[in-house]
Design a protein. Structure first.
Lengths: 166, 287
C-alpha cells in the first residue's frame, strides 16, 4: 500500500512571505485554478502549476517550493495569472515574493545573481563592449553616458560587488 | 510632443539598431525625445525584481524622480522597461506608506518621487496622442505586400490593469500600426504566447519559441514583427540555435516595428542596422 504523505500545516512560512511586498496576496487564494489555464509554463511543463504553488504556500510547505531549480524559477513572468485571478492574488507577484524570500536565504539559480549584480556595478543590465561602441557610432547614435553606479549602491546600501546588506 | 526618452539597457547596448530606428523616425512623427542624464537600468522586471522587490522599486523610483524633476513623462521603446516603470508608478501611487519608505531611501541621494510621471510605450503615445494618421502621413515608401506575422510578447500588454495598452487576449494595436505603413499583418495561432525567454529551465524557452516559429511558418509570413528586444533575441540568434538543433531550416527574420517604419519613411536598411541581424530579410535589404 502506498504510504500517505502527511501534511503539516505551518503558518509561519505564510507570515514570513507576507512581509515581502505583495507576498500576502496568497491569503485571498481560494484555489479556483484560473491562473493555470493560460499559463504558458504550465502548458509546456507538468512540473509547474501556479495553483499548486499557491496551495503549497497556503499550507506552508516551504521545502516543496524553495529550491534553486524547481518550480518557481520556471515561471515565464508573463503576467497572465495576474490578469486572470478573480481574487487579485497576483500569483506572479507571490511567486516573485517567494523568490525574494529564497534569495534572502542565498537560494538563487546560477546567472540570476550575476545579472542583477551587474546593474549595481555599471548602472546597466548589459555589458558595454567595443562592438557596442562601434555599432552605435556606425548608426550615428550618441555615445553612452558613463553612469554613477555608486549612487545606486548608496541607495540600496549595497557594496561594490553589488551585494546588498539584507 | 516632448517626452523623456527611456531607451533601456538592452536596446542601447545590445540592439542599438532599435534605438537608431526610433531616433530617426521620431522627428517625422512630431515626437521630441529628450535625453535626461543619469538614467540607470529600469531595472529589469525579471531577475533584479526576483532578488529584491523593494530594491527593484527603489531603482525604478529613482528613474521616475529624474523625469519628475525635469517635468516630463517617460516614453519607452522596450516592453520590459515599460512594464517596470509603469508597475512601479502604479505601486507608488497606490500606497502612500510604500512611497514614504522608498522616498526615505531616495533622500539619501537627495531625490524624491511624488507620483507625477506617466510611462507609456511609444506605440501607445502614437495611437492615443498623435494618431496613426501621423504614421501614415510620414510614409514615403509604403511596404505594400509585405506579409508580417506579429509577435506581441508579454510585457507590452500585461498586466492589463496597469499597462492599459490593449486587450492582451485580442490585441490589435500592432496590426493597426502595420496597416498604417502599408504592410499586411498576417494572423497566426500563437500570436500572443510568451517567447519563453525568462523561464529558468533549459527546455521551456526553446519549446515556447519553437511553438511561435511553427505558427508563423504555417501562416507563410515574409517576416515576424516584434516590439520587445528580449523577444527579438529569442527569435534572432535563438531561432538559429533551435532551427539547427531540430534541423528545421527556419529563417523567419524578426524585425522591430520601428525599423519597418524607418524603411517606410525612406531610410535605408543599413541606417537602422537591418544588415546586422543574424537572420536577415533579403527582401528588406534590397529595398
Amino acid at each position: 500500500m502506498k504510504e500517505k504523505k502527511r501534511v503539516r500545516i505551518s503558518h509561519d512560512f505564510r507570515e514570513q512571505l507576507g512581509l515581502v511586498l505583495e507576498g500576502d496576496g496568497v491569503n485571498y487564494c481560494y484555489q479556483c485554478g484560473a491562473c493555470v489555464g493560460d499559463c504558458p509554463t504550465a502548458r509546456f511543463s507538468e512540473d509547474f502549476n501556479p495553483r499548486t504553488i499557491m496551495q503549497s504556500v497556503l499550507y506552508g510547505l516551504k521545502e516543496e517550493i524553495a529550491s534553486d531549480t524547481l518550480p518557481v524559477w520556471m515561471c515565464s513572468n508573463c503576467f497572465t495569472c495576474f490578469d486572470r485571478c478573480p481574487q487579485e492574488v497576483k500569483p506572479i507577484e507571490v511567486i516573485i515574493a517567494l523568490k525574494n524570500l529564497m534569495a534572502s536565504e542565498g537560494i538563487v539559480p546560477k546567472g540570476v545573481e550575476a545579472a542583477a549584480a551587474g546593474i549595481l556595478k555599471t548602472g546597466r543590465s548589459a555589458i558595454v563592449s567595443n562592438t557596442t561602441v562601434r555599432r552605435r557610432e556606425e548608426l550615428g547614435l550618441p555615445p553612452l553616458e558613463e553612469l554613477d553606479a555608486g549612487e545606486l549602491r548608496t541607495l540600496l546600501d549595497a557594496d561594490a560587488n553589488g551585494e546588498g546588506e539584507k | 510632443m516632448k517626452l523623456a526618452f527611456f531607451p533601456g539597457c538592452m536596446i542601447q547596448v545590445r540592439f542599438p539598431q532599435m534605438e537608431a530606428a526610433v531616433r530617426k523616425t521620431a522627428p517625422a512623427l512630431d515626437v521630441e525625445l529628450i535625453d535626461l542624464p543619469g538614467l540607470g537600468c529600469c531595472p529589469d522586471p525579471v531577475f533584479f525584481k526576483s532578488l529584491h522587490k523593494l530594491d527593484w522599486l527603489t531603482l525604478a523610483a529613482r528613474n521616475l524622480a529624474i523625469a519628475e524633476q525635469a517635468g516630463l513623462d517617460f516614453v519607452t521603446i522596450c516592453s520590459g522597461c515599460t512594464e517596470t516603470l509603469a508597475e512601479a508608478s502604479h505601486l507608488l501611487n497606490d500606497d502612500a506608506d510604500l512611497r514614504g519608505q522608498v522616498n526615505e531611501r531616495l533622500h539619501k541621494i537627495g531625490m524624491e518621487y511624488n507620483g507625477g510621471v506617466a510611462t507609456r510605450h511609444l506605440i501607445t503615445v502614437l495611437r492615443d496622442n498623435l494618431g496613426f494618421e501621423r504614421l501614415t502621413a510620414s510614409v514615403t515608401r509604403p511596404l505594400t505586400g509585405l506579409r508580417v506575422g506579429v509577435h506581441y510578447g508579454c510585457h507590452l500588454l500585461k498586466p492589463r490593469k496597469i499597462m492599459q495598452v490593449d486587450d492582451p487576449d485580442h490585441p490589435t494595436v500592432f496590426e493597426d500600426m502595420l496597416r498604417a505603413i502599408g504592410a499586411e499583418p498576417v494572423d497566426h495561432v500563437e500570436r500572443v504566447i510568451c517567447c519563453g525567454k525568462s523561464c529558468r529551465d533549459c527546455n521551456l524557452p526553446e519549446e515556447m519559441t519553437l511553438t511561435v516559429l511553427r505558427s508563423l511558418k504555417t501562416a507563410e509570413v515574409d517576416m515576424m514583427g516584434v516590439i520587445c528586444p528580449s523577444c527579438f533575441d529569442s527569435f534572432d540568434i535563438g531561432q538559429i540555435k533551435i532551427s539547427r538543433k531540430h534541423k528545421l531550416g527556419y529563417t523567419i527574420p524578426p524585425v522591430y516595428y520601428f525599423q519597418l517604419l524607418a524603411l517606410a519613411q525612406g531610410l535605408t536598411p543599413a541606417e537602422v542596422g537591418l544588415d546586422k541581424h543574424k537572420i536577415k530579410s533579403e527582401r528588406l535589404l534590397t529595398l
